[in-house]
Ligand binder design. Sequence first.
Ligand SMILES: C[S@@+](CC[C@H](N)C(=O)[O-])C[C@H]1O[C@@H](n2cnc3c(N)ncnc32)[C@H](O)[C@@H]1O
Length: 276
Amino acid sequence: MRRLADAGVESPRVDAELLLAHALSVPRARLLTLDDVPDDVAGRFGELLAQRADRVPLQHLTGRAPFRHLELAVGPGVFVPRPETEQLAGWVLERLAGRTAPVVVDLGSGSGALALSIAQELPGARVVAVERDPGAIEWTRHNAAARAAAGDTPVEVLAGDMTDPELLRALEGTVDVVVSNPPYVPDGARVPREVADHDPPLALWGGPDGLDVVRGLLVTAARLLRPGGQVGIEHADAQGGSLPALVRAHGGFTDVEDHPDLAGRPRYTTACRAGG
Ligand SMILES: C[S@@+](CC[C@H](N)C(=O)[O-])C[C@H]1O[C@@H](n2cnc3c(N)ncnc32)[C@H](O)[C@@H]1O
């Protein structure tokens, strides 16, 4: 644990426990009643600690990332889903509660965290997951296939660019919710080593103000949403003013609101497609 703390790992105890549990192939709670660690497991645990001290993300070492009620497969080539994004999924679910067969589009799906949670928690929904990165979409497809095999409503996975004016033409004006956790980090911003060295660049960087992809995403959202349909977009702490301003400036949305995360930091913007 000391080794992780010295390396600047944010939660050294939790990470060490999760890595030991992973090396033992047991749940973390089982460590409480552990008498002994076999030599081969101790060796494996040491290797994992060394990698974590070198700031390899915990989730890449365990190969799993929790998200709401799911455990998603993650690794090199895909963005590790973050707990703060769970609230955005919750917002979508609240908006659609009681609606029969709503249509949801997740733009920039990565591991599929948002799309697959929504499909799991809203079984009647049609959910389309769009991903541009050829490496990341392998993970989207893998997780979507695993969840469908587990009995969740299948999610449609589409290779595409969320800023492409031709994207999902057949769904124009019919979508109930467009949701996205797009790349929004301003170019050149300082990010932790886990992020800089292991999250894919396409998942992170959003141009000088971080909002380059969002500009195109807003045009797509306005085109896909039915009148009265809603869009929810995650953003950086510093974009709680600039992103809502961008949505208002688009002119095609009403009821623009920004929402804090559980730590009270500005985290996502929502709006309603005008005409509803
Ligand atoms: C911050 S990650 C979010 C992934 C996932 N939705 C989540 O919340 O964990 C952004 C994702 O958008 C994808 N992406 C970036 N630009 C894109 C574009 N123009 N069109 C479609 N996907 C894009 C990235 O490859 C990445 O998977």
